[in-house]
Design a protein around this ligand. Structure first.
Ligand code: NAP
Length: 240
């Protein structure tokens, strides 16, 4: 059987590109979604004869995450890789920020780290899987960004959590790394003023989701077995 990799938020954007890229590279992908069934990915994988399955849960819902993930690994075995990609932004300048904008972003992006990984880490250890965990932060988590105090806090939190977990799991040969994308062409960035933002990026273009997916694939590979606790940027040279 191929190695199984769970990709959260596989319906769109970076998660979709990652799931397709990993399937093309021989992984059996477990496509997670919340509100939008990943029909596009499913169609593409089916047409290419790839084995996959889907899982639905809201990463904010701790009990639901635990139940769905535990049932899935009991039925199909523990994953080799976990890609924590699902996330949201709700931008607003801090003095105008609403309680729900703070709570939703923190509960989804940082809460999701705990809710998804907590039920999976012990089974990975018990099964002695030399597994791979890849989290997705952001340039905003490294540098901060105006209008994104909530998002920057959640993404900086992911960096801290990734580094700490990497230390706990290193002796088990489980690697935990983080990718910090810059501005990537997805639904999340579709309303940005393209020409203004482009000028800030040294490479003068937005990144493609596939350019993040290829790094996820590398971090899951045997070649990356001694890399852990790292934050690797994919950002065309952008530091805010
Ligand atoms: P996107 O196109 O907006 O897709 C977000 C994904 O997250 C969707 O698949 C969505 O699933 C899922 N999701 C959102 N809330 C969820 C919840 N409560 N439970 C489960 N799934 C949930 O975003 P993207 O641009 O591909 O971003 C992917 C990741 O990269 C995010 O963590 C984002 O913060 C990060 N990132 C993106 C950029 C960028 O420029 N695009 C830059 C830096 C970092 P449903 O559709 O099923 O709801």
């Amino acid at each position: 059987m191929n190695k199984q990799v769970l990709v959260t938020g596989a319906s769109r954007g970076i998660g979709k590109a990652t799931a397709i890229y990993l399937a093309q590279n021989g992984y059996e992908v477990v496509l997670h979604y919340n509100s939008t069934k990943p029909e596009g990915v499913m169609e593409e994988l089916k047409n290419n004869g790839k084995t996959f399955r889907t899982l639905q849960f809201d990463i904010r819902d701790r009990e639901q995450c635990k139940k769905v993930l535990t049932e899935d690994i009991e039925s199909f075995g523990m994953y080799y890789g976990i890609v924590l990609n699902a996330g949201i932004a709700k931008d607003n300048v801090f003095p105008a920020m609403e309680d729900n904008e703070w709570d939703d972003v923190l509960n989804t992006n940082l809460g999701g780290f705990y809710n998804v990984l907590r039920p999976l880490v012990m089974p990975m250890i018990e099964k002695r899987i030399k597994g791979r965990i890849v989290t997705i932060s952001s340039v905003s988590g490294l540098c901060g960004n105006r209008g994104q105090v909530n998002y920057s806090a959640s993404k900086a939190g992911i960096i801290g959590a990734t580094k700490a977990l990497s230390l706990e799991l290193a002796k088990r040969s489980i690697t935990v790394n983080c990718i910090a994308p810059g501005v990537i062409e997805t639904d999340m960035t579709k309303d940005l003023p393209f020409d203004e933002v482009r000028k800030l990026i040294p490479m003068k273009r937005f990144g493609k989701a596939k350019e993040v997916a290829s790094l996820v694939n590398y971090l899951l590979s045997e070649d990356a077995s001694y890399i852990t606790g790292q934050v690797i940027s994919v950002n065309g040279g952008l530091y805010l």
